[in-house]
Design a protein around this ligand. Structure first.
Ligand code: GDP
Length: 530
């Protein structure tokens, strides 16, 4: 990944990224401060409801009821330092879902937030691995430095060893815990001082002529200053210096130390994104790479959110623009159905408000309200039959059967389930033999969330029960062979919401046996969506 100097300025100034972190590290707080500095909200505290809401399960359900909040926070745009930031939210609850992976297919970079006292935690590591698969550049923010934290070298070592990535300090903390007073900006030789009294105040920033500048002593107590000089000298010897190319290739992460709640270090991190990028990157399609500067507009759906307004069954498809300059009212081709689609009411997500988008450029995320035509993985183009690749659909790891407690509502339940399947919230399989449905998810909490949503959004109380199956695999191969296999194994076959055949079993042994007996077939754990 490199920045491409030939990009039109409107595209070059875009920064589309996500925040990855373990719950509680400070993602919500940092997001608030981004919006505050981006001028998108007046006072921090407006996205708070969301952060607090996912503390407990019952609160999480409540948040799902108040979907307006979580939806508007799915993608947020704001300006900073002449750059347009598009922050795409990674679904935060502790259960890992496919949504999280897909979100990371729509961004060009990620900010990794870690808690200075806890270091690299499990969820962070998982998300980091996904970023690594795509060689995404990562900027690190070590948060909560106002509290007792680990030794700076120890934190950096842990990241280097745990995640196998070079870490280059962009700033260096001065003092620990109650004695933490700020940071020395190692990239720009500035002293940044934290104000504990006013949490929303921008830190005082003083230009220095390097670490020997005598004016440092005016601001930093002697013992802390001596330690700072020692540590920075050691850091410059032991740690790699920031190298932009290595960062853009995903081999090195610059680290800033700060305290999101005290608005400290946030601005420096944002400047880092502005200055070092990356700008919108090319996207992979089946036959070629799509460069952002290409004139024709192209984009792909990476997320679908249904029932944003429970009174209307509308949905919003979130589209990452891969190329071109989009203007409202444009007629695009919906590649899967080969039908034209006039995009008259696209939505840009400006903080808490939804706003009609008059124009958007490669790198932007727009929301397209629709009645179900747009599905995850779909391409929109100006006519070319593109298929974007790399948007995965995973085999669910947990299967349960579901039925409506009121049998009269079975038909309605089918509709509700199909909608969730299209939204990507779950896999829904209709077995060839018998009635009812089998629902597959990747994390157990998703069953509860689904049950709650089906009841709230559709008024259908449901019961999830253990299924006789525990694994699902898509069946791929020549059409006649698939048909013959399906007919011979009806008791194990179901269809997913696209009508594709799925083999259900409870034994790995069965899967291996099919592989041996039917070399012409492939049983796959992921299905690439199109
Ligand atoms: P998320 O789960 O990653 O979104 O984390 P939140 O932003 O909701 O923060 C988790 C908790 O840490 C909240 O109680 C925050 O007030 C607190 N917090 C966030 N940033 C800081 C910080 O810089 N210092 C301290 N002491 N607490 C913080």
């Amino acid at each position: 990944m490199t920045n491409r100097p030939e990009l039109p300025p409107e595209i070059a100034r875009r920064r589309t990224f996500a925040i990855i972190s373990h719950p509680d590290a400070g993602k919500t707080t940092l997001t608030e401060k981004f919006l505050l500095y981006g001028g998108a909200i007046q006072m921090a505290g407006q996205v708070r409801a969301k952060g607090e809401a996912r503390r407990t399960r019952s609160d999480f359900m409540k948040m799902e009821q108040e979907r307006g909040i979580s939806v508007s926070a799915s993608a947020m745009s704001f300006d900073f330092d002449g750059h347009r930031f598009n922050l795409v939210d990674t679904p935060g609850h502790s259960d890992f879902s496919e949504d999280t992976y897909r979100t990371l297919t729509a961004v060009d970079a990620a900010i990794m937030v870690i808690d200075g006292a806890k270091g690299v935690e499990s969820q962070t590591r998982k998300l980091f691995e996904v970023c690594r698969l795509r060689d995404l550049p990562i900027l690190t923010f070590c948060n909560k430095m106002d509290r007792e934290s680990r030794d700076t070298f120890e934190i950096i070592d842990e990241i280097q060893e745990n995640l196998a990535i070079d870490v280059a300090p962009a700033s260096w903390p001065i003092g620990v815990g109650r004695d933490f007073i700020g940071c020395y900006d190692m990239l720009n030789d500035r002293l940044e001082l934290m104000d504990r009294a006013d949490r929303n105040k921008v830190a005082e920033s003083v230009k220095m002529e390097g670490l020997d500048d005598p004016r440092l002593a005016d601001h930093v107590p002697a013992d802390l200053l001596e330690k700072l000089r020692e540590e920075v000298e050691m850091a410059r010897e032991l740690l790699p210096a920031f190298d932009r190319k290595s960062f853009l290739e995903g081999h090195m992460t610059p680290i800033w130390f700060g305290s999101a709640i005290n608005s400290f270090g946030v601005r420096e991190l944002m400047r880092g994104i502005s200055e070092y990028g990356p700008a919108p990157q090319p996207q992979n399609a089946a036959d070629r790479e799509i460069a952002p500067e290409e004139k024709p507009v192209t984009g792909f759906v990476f997320k679908v959110q249904a029932n944003m307004d429970p009174k209307h069954r509308d949905r919003v498809a979130f589209v990452r623009l891969a190329s071109g300059h989009f203007e409202r009212g444009m007629k695009l081709t919906h590649v899967r159905s080969k039908k034209p689609m006039a995009v008259t009411n696209p939505v840009l997500f400006l903080a808490a408000d939804r706003e009609l988008a008059d124009e958007a450029w490669a790198g932007d995320i727009i929301g397209i309200p629709n009645h179900g035509q747009l599905r995850i993985g779909d391409a929109l183009t100006e006519g070319e039959a593109l298929r974007f690749t790399g948007i995965p659909s995973f085999a669910p790891e947990l299967l349960q059967s579901v039925r409506a407690t009121d049998p009269m509502k079975a038909k309605h339940l089918e509709k509700a389930l199909m909608q969730f399947a299209e939204e990507g919230a779950a896999k829904v399989f209709k077995p060839m033999i018998g009635s009812g449905f089998i629902v597959g998810v990747v994390g157990a909490l998703q069953f509860e969330v689904l049950a709650s949503r089906i009841e709230i959004e559709y008024g259908i109380p449901v019961r999830f029960e253990a299924s006789q199956f525990t694994s699902a695999r898509w069946v791929a191969g020549p059409k006649d062979k698939v048909e013959a296999f399906v007919n011979a194994n009806k008791g194990h076959i179901a269809q997913d919401h696209d009508g594709d055949m799925v083999y259900l079993t409870r034994l790995q042994w069965d899967i291996d046996r099919v592989g041996r007996d039917h070399p012409e077939l492939r049983l796959t754990a992921t299905k690439e969506m199109m």
